[in-house]
Design a protein around this ligand. Structure first.
Ligand SMILES: [Ca+2]
Ligand SMILES: [Ca+2]
Length: 256
């Protein structure tokens, strides 16, 4: 399961990092090379450098089809234009910093959320510049007794020009995740399966089998300014091991 607590800045998961950490504690680097402490420190610094520099990203604008035509289910604070229900050029409920809110007291309390009924909304976020993304977090609401559910999955695509999208990823929600929340509990989930770089991030909230409501209050992004080639988690992991191995080989040359 991918969750926000198992992903670090590098995009490697904690199991991968634990393995690297053990390699450092027990200094037998790849290729059977034994590392001296100064190289271990250098390797550790490199590992840390790969896992640093992730900060919250301020979304410039997002566009999407507005929520269900019912008062508070709209994107009530949206600042951009509304063209027959298509919102563009602004920000609103999904980026206003209100991550969660209780709706236990009734329908009047859904304002912080955008709700869609029986739809699979496509939301395109413009981050204003290209970032290497470490994390995309979605803040959903569970309320099964009011027919509010998680999506079945979230599709992700990425772009630097806002026109051509690629590097498609899918973040499915398991049955256990979809049934994990009681009424009015918050479904806070990591949505990014694999580290990616982009200026534009398109999320498709795929409607669940219930074909009913999805309620979303916020989407947050973490990463570092500047793009890299889209790399996978194993690539990240092997890059770290390769660096450690290279340091070990250099040590062999210096200390025959
Ligand atoms: Ca919000
Ligand atoms: Ca709203």
């Amino acid at each position: 399961m991918i969750s926000e607590v198992t992903r670090n800045v590098c995009g490697c998961n904690k199991t991968d990092n634990l393995f690297v950490y053990n390699r450092i504690l027990h200094p037998t680097a790849p290729f059977g090379v034994t590392l001296k402490p100064n190289y271990l420190i250098a390797g550790l610094a490199l590992t840390l450098s790969l896992t640093a520099n992730a900060d919250p990203i301020t979304v410039a604008t997002y566009s999407m089809v507005d929520g269900a035509p019912n008062n508070l289910y709209y994107d009530n604070t949206y600042t951009g234009s509304n063209n027959a229900g298509f919102l563009s050029g602004g920000k609103g409920d999904l980026t206003d910093g209100t991550l969660t809110a209780s709706v236990a007291l009734g329908y009047d309390h859904w304002a912080p959320y955008v709700l869609w009924d029986g739809k699979s909304p496509v939301i395109t976020f413009d981050l204003g510049d290209e970032y290497t993304l470490n994390s995309v977090t979605g803040y959903f609401k569970f309320y099964a007794s009011a027919a509010v559910y998680l999506p079945s999955s979230v599709g992700l695509r990425f772009s630097n020009d806002g026109v051509n999208f690629s590097f498609a990823q899918l973040r499915p929600f398991s049955a256990a995740e979809r049934s994990s929340g009681a009424d009015d509990s918050n479904g806070i989930f990591e949505l990014l399966p694999t580290i990616a770089s982009a200026r534009y991030v398109e999320l498709t909230l795929n409607d669940g089998p219930e074909n009913r409501w999805i309620a979303l209050s916020e989407v947050t992004f973490d990463g570092s300014l500047g793009g890299t080639a889209n790399v996978s988690e194993p690539s990240c992991y092997f890059l770290t091991l390769f660096a450690l191995g290279a340091l070990g080989l250099r040590q062999m040359r210096n200390y025959p």
